[in-house]
Design a protein around this ligand. Sequence first.
Ligand code: ADP
Length: 800
Amino acid sequence: MSIELSRQSERWLRVLVERTTDIIALVTFDGTITYVGPSIERVTGYTVEEVVGRNGFEFVHPEDLEYTTQQLTGILDQPGNSATIEFRYCHKNATWRWMEGTLINLLDDPVVGAVVCNYRDITERKQAEEERQQLLAREQTARAEAEAASARLYDLFMQAPAMMAILHGPEHRIEFANPLVQPHRDRADILGKTAREVSPELVEQGVLAILDEVYTTGTPFVATEFPVRIDHRGDGVLEETYYNCVCQPLRTAQGHIEGILAHSVVVTEQVQARRRVEELNRQLEAEKDALRQAEQEAQARAAELEAVLEAMTDGVIVCDARGVIRYTNAAYRSLLELEEDTDPSVLLLDNRFEWLSLRDKEGRPLPKEQLATLRVLRGERFSGIHAVDHLCRTRKGKDLILSASGAPIRDAAGQIVGGVVVFRDVTRQRHMEQQLQYNERKLRTLEDSNILAVAVSDSAGRIHEVNDRFAQLVGYSKEELLSGAVTKDHLIPEDYREALAQHEEILLATGAMPPWEKECLRKDGSRVPALMTGAMIDQERGLALVLFHDISERKAAERRKQEFLSMVSHELRTPLTSIMGFIDLALLYSELFPRPLSPEAEQLLGKMETGLKRAMGQVEVETRLVEELLEVTRLELHKFELSLQRENLVTIVQETVANQQQAACTRQIELVLPPDELVPVIADAGRVGQALTNYLTNALKYAPVDQPISVRLEVMGTVARVSVRDQGPGLTAEQQQRVWERFYQVAAPGRQGPDGGLGLGLAIARAIIEQHHGQIGVESAPGRGSTFWFTLPIEVSPEG
Ligand code: ADP
């Protein structure tokens, strides 16, 4: 090459070097800078002068020194070798700038004779690159982290102790299911299938409806102890399972629901355990209740027992094994006359034995070991018929007969730990039993004595027991009477049947039959008068004790007496009639005596007339008494004869009242008659008048003289009733019964009338009225006056 050309090239090169933006430098093999282009200042801040002659490595970053030195050394072997380098260069402003460049070994080049370095500032590029690297690294880290998190989540889901599933879409297609979901099935078997396909049993239990609801509304479903019947083993057997579950809607970034995250924990065991606990609690409560109730019942029973013991009329003592009394009831204390404040020591065994002064039934003292308490403590039991009677003494010294029953109290092992003794006061009972035995003996004696005829008969009239006297009275043998073939119908005459029925009614109603005179029919057909009386001895079986007393002798005596009376009255009546005639005659004579008389004679005659009239009065009384006697004897002897005719009762009553009014003209007698003028009766007018007269004379006799007497005739249906009412002293119920008896008179001062009766008037009235088939009666009360009445049947005339 020509020199010209060479100079030319050098200029071009210089221009190129000086104009380029890159730094061009020439360095020696050790790095000393021999040339540097002017761009050095723009890039590094140093001027060319400040750099040339210095070692280039002075400006390199200590960390890059080794590398850059190696790169330089590396190209020194061969001329023309080149290397690219990147290093940090210290800017004049003390900042580090990244440089990129090439080293070319032109040491052997005769023109250059140096290593040519061409480099430029790549700091900005480097920074951008670094930033990109960092971003990349960060992105990778983030991705790795996300992946790790996702893996962790997956692990978590897979290992979670709960069932977790992600269902997708409206059909709830299973996108994810951890092993607890359908554990018996392969995951591949369920993933991608719908919930309905995987667990069809949930459909009818309403679970799918719940999922639908969550999916459509977006409202999460949260439930605790939610019961579902699940086929756990895939064998078609549904088991009741409880879940705490949450179904949470899953949304897309846009907020649309795309599925459901289902999370449920099986709490069946907890529920069952809790239920068991609850059940146990319930049982415990029930047992506690039962216990409480049992306790209450026991208390109630104890209280009841105590109340019963306290209310018992029998005395009760409870003692311990040593015979010490632990309890006494009220009856025991009252039985033995123990005061409230009695010193408890009196109940000690020895003391008790002393004051009780025990004796047997015969009164012999009993040894101590016979105490009922000691007997039960020896294991004896005695009750019912084995109860023992003791005579003993109360605290206050009263004698009692106590019947003791008792039994030992044993513990579970059968050991005697105490005893109970019950005492009954049988004093009265024993005395009554004695009395009963005594009465029975009396009755037996009476029966056996054969004074009275005694029989026991039942309500049907069958005879159960008779004594000899009875058999004798009725003329049958005892065997015949007891065989049942002979009843009361054989022994009572026909005409007494009705009266017997009435007496039996009284017997049943009152327990006793008042003495009753009647006749018994003997086996031979003859009659025997007897006084009969009786008493019920067994109401339930209708058994009655009947007594008969043969009164045939008394009856005969009475008849004789009546006949005697009749005779006497007849004999008395005749002279009485004559006496009356004589008195009448004497009075007549005294009237016919020629007058005038001397005053003395007149006075004497007057006295004589008064005496005669008095005698006449007495004779009249006497005559009436004799009449009554006669009447009554006629009655007794059945010689009472009536001459019956059709009569007007009005007339009979009017006439009788008029007669009595005339006899007692100072007395007021009111007469009340029926509106009809005719009250027809079939009667003996004289006798009916006599009956009414007897009523009226009594009324006049017993009632105060200033009080009116009222006579009334009434028609009452088919009978006519005549009554006499007075304001006299009245009669008691018993007297009302008895006034109809012969010779009965009420024994009371002031009762006796002025003429003194015989007590026959009412008996006669009764006989008369009964013979007319009428009835008699009296209504009265002491101090209230009396109304004596009788009725007669009204005669119904054939014409009507
Ligand atoms: P007496 O001749 O004694 O009057 P009665 O047979 O007529 O006999 O009467 C019997 C007894 O009845 C009388 O004694 C009298 O005590 C009592 N008595 C009768 N009528 C009455 C009467 N209206 N008021 C009170 N007592 C009477």
